[in-house]
Design a protein around this ligand. Structure first.
Ligand code: GLV
Length: 313
């Protein structure tokens, strides 16, 4: 069995060495430009088009991440028949769930307990206790109820927030109120105090964090985006902040990454940003998951996490 790996620059050999221990029977190599030798499986993170061009006979392409929008773009812009012929499989959790729950819980609590305002008060040497909206009156909406969105919604429920989830097709998560489809988006968003985005990036979700949606939220609501920068219309957020519709935002992802010097988010006091670090997949857990799936495919067993290009995730 031949496995071709691409990603993580100089750390790629750490990944391939770990994978060799999990799949001792496999021949594993790191892709170099010009390598068109046969492979059964690709394991990739943001692969160059040349790696996929004219490649046939693949059984599966494993994406080293939850979001497959980079592969979707590759498929749209380049001739990559392999992406239609082979199974394309995303990581599920792989260590990211707990980090995402921590990141979003911290952000929601930070805003609900008004720590962002205490930071400002401290800089101005102001001693002024501020009233807090109780959790029961602080509904949080989670967009995207897949593996990570589901874990985040359940985590926020455990913290005692009323949680609504919104997804393309109806999902059930214990303790959460479920909304689905574009027709239920306004009811989902109505009067939310905090909106959390964990959607996959597709044609239908690009730019979904926009003025129309913000106008449904409670006045002075909070936005947390941990999915993709292209979900957000940056100018709509800045305008919503200026008119007080949105009090503050916690952003981990951006339309252009790294966020370009001079982008207004750098200087906007109501924007709290991190450099796409909300959740990093764990190497061992990712490779164990991939190795298990390779064994399953080799023995004709079903696997989860398979991308459906019709749905774009
Ligand atoms: C990270 O952004 C991922 O898609 O896993």
């Amino acid at each position: 069995m031949n496995i071709l790996f691409y990603g993580y620059g100089s750390a790629a050999s750490d990944w391939t060495k770990t994978l060799s221990r999990l799949l001792p029977q496999a021949s594993i190599r790191i892709w170099e430009p010009g390598d068109a030798s046969p492979a059964d499986y690709l394991i990739v993170r943001n692969p160059p088009p040349a790696m996929l061009a004219a490649r046939a006979g693949l059984k599966a392409v494993f994406n080293l991440g939850a979001g497959v929008d980079a592969l979707l773009r590759l498929r749209a812009e380049h001739d990559c028949p392999a992406l239609d012929q082979a199974l394309v499989i995303r990581l599920e959790d792989a260590g990211m769930g707990v980090q995402m729950v921590d990141y979003v819980s911290h952000a929601v609590l930070h805003f609900q307990r008004r720590f962002h305002e205490y930071e400002r008060q401290q800089r101005a040497a102001v001693w002024q206790p501020l009233p807090v909206t109780p959790k029961a009156a602080f509904p949080v909406g989670v967009m995207g109820a897949g593996v990570l969105g589901g874990e985040v919604a359940a985590g926020l429920c455990r913290l005692g927030f009323p949680v609504r989830i919104w997804s393309r097709t109806a999902k059930e998560i214990a303790g959460c109120t479920s909304f689905a489809g574009s027709e239920q988006l306004p009811a989902f968003a109505q009067d939310l105090k905090a909106l959390v985005n964990l959607l996959p990036l597709t044609a239908a979700t690009r730019g979904i964090l926009n003025t129309t949606l913000f106008d449904r939220l409670a006045d002075g609501a909070f936005l947390i985006n941990v999915a993709r920068g292209a979900h957000l219309v940056d100018d709509d957020l800045l305008a919503a902040i200026r008119r007080g519709k949105i009090n503050a935002a916690r952003l981990d992802v951006f339309n252009a990454e790294p966020l370009p010097a001079g982008h207004p988010f750098w200087q906007e006091p109501a924007v709290y940003l991190t450099p796409h670090t909300s959740a990093e997949n764990d190497m061992t857990q990712s490779l164990e998951q991939i190795a298990d799936r390779i064994q399953a495919i080799e023995t004709g067993q079903p696997v989860t996490g398979v991308v459906n290009w019709q749905d774009e995730y």
